[in-house]
Design a protein around this ligand. Structure first.
Ligand code: DP6
Length: 363
């Protein structure tokens, strides 16, 4: 699958089934980028490749019911935690409009989408990655019902392709624990169109890698990532940044293979701060870190210096801090988080997560 046209569902194929109605339920996790996607071209094509760890506990669970209707057109109801949620509809409407040329059958059905998150809604954790990934695999289940001959590889790639059209980072939440999205010369099979599971052996040092998410600010995002990505157009440092992301991804590939945790810490923290540096140097400019974000970062540095435990942080487009560390250091780091870092979180709230595997069909 090398071009977007490979993902167009061919209607009127002899082998296709007719399906009147049905329902599927899938869960999809969130993911945390280590090399960041920040900046995009038309049609949700990333300006640079990115690499993420898939999470395990932070998930969206979505049931998609579908029933054939007479007239053609996009039609759906949206429930969030069992209640109608009008506010989420425009994003889904836009998603359906973007994917209908690849999935023309969606115009034949009325959908009821019922979605819940395992993480609290107002936690400042973006649900767009897990939400769009969960919806994309559900749509692909509908497509597989129409075309049972579909291969598993096609299912996963097209699910990622569709999720990308909903939210770029969502394409990294479909399958695998370490996922690369975006064309990169030394990552075989990498594509701007979808995420792939890292096609190389990842060192045991990273097995079950831990991610504790410190909820520094649970409020609405000050700037949506879509707006943030746009600010990379005409950004004075954009081209250098895109070049650097390629270099960092090559280097990270090497680090993940060799298991060098000191190099991992340096690269991951540098990526996080570079992401925020891009925001601070765009026009208009933003500071998404809060004083407590910096308090936490300083304490992580002191703790690392003192204990030599290779714990590090990364950030997404907000004030929350992801604390990353090897599984074997869980007791020591968790005690540190409880004693020294939790006081910088809103209501002392943090979420203990770790590396996971991607989407799961529930029924
Ligand atoms: C900082 O995937 O949320 O988390 O494609 O516009 O939906 P859209 O953006 P989104 O951007 C994620 C930005 C990031 C970095 C990353 O996840 O790679």
């Amino acid at each position: 699958m090398t071009s977007a046209t490979d993902f167009i569902f061919e209607t009127n194929k002899a082998k296709h089934q007719t399906v009147e109605q049905g329902a599927f339920t899938w869960s999809a996790p969130s993911n945390i980028a280590l090399v960041k996607y920040w900046g995009k071209k038309e049609h949700q094509i990333p300006a640079n490749p990115s690499l993420s760890f898939t999470l395990n506990r932070c998930k969206t669970c979505t049931t998609l019911q579908f029933v054939r209707k007479e007239e053609k057109g996009i039609s759906f109801d949206l429930l969030f935690e069992g209640q109608p949620k009008e506010a989420f509809k425009p994003k889904i409407q836009k998603f359906f409009e973007r994917i209908v040329s690849y999935c023309p059958y969606i115009a034949d059905y009325h959908f009821t989408i019922d979605t819940t998150n395992t993480f609290p809604h107002s936690s400042g954790i973006a649900s767009s990655a897990s939400g769009m990934a969960a919806l994309a695999v559900n749509i692909m289940s509908v497509e597989r019902a129409l075309n049972p001959a579909m291969t598993q590889d096609y299912f996963l790639k097209k699910a990622s392709f569709l999720a990308r059209l909903g939210s770029g980072s969502a394409c990294r939440s479909i399958t695998g624990s370490v996922v690369v999205w975006g064309e990169q010369t030394d990552v075989d099979g990498s594509s701007d169109l979808y995420g792939i599971e890292a096609p190389f052996e990842v060192h045991a040092n990273f097995s079950n890698y831990q991610d504790v998410i410190l909820l520094v600010d649970k409020g609405e995002k000050q700037v949506s990532s879509t707006v943030g990505h746009d600010l990379m157009h005409n950004h004075p440092f954009a081209q250098e940044r895109f070049k650097q992301a390629h270099q960092n991804l090559s280097q990270l590939k090497n680090i993940l293979q060799t298991g060098n945790l000191d190099q991992f810490v340096a690269l991951v923290e540098s990526e996080a701060l570079t992401l925020h540096a891009m925001m601070m140097t765009s026009m208009p400019y933003f500071i998404l870190m809060k004083p407590n974000t910096l308090q936490i970062i300083e304490r992580i540095w002191t703790f690392r210096e003192k204990t030599q435990i290779p714990v590090c942080f990364t950030l997404d487009a907000g004030a929350n801090v992801h604390v990353l560390f090897p599984e074997k250091d869980h007791p020591a780091v968790l005690a540190f988080i409880r004693e020294e870092l939790s006081k910088f979180c809103q209501n002392e709230h943090f979420i203990e997560d770790k590396m996971g595997n991607g989407t799961l069909m529930i029924q």
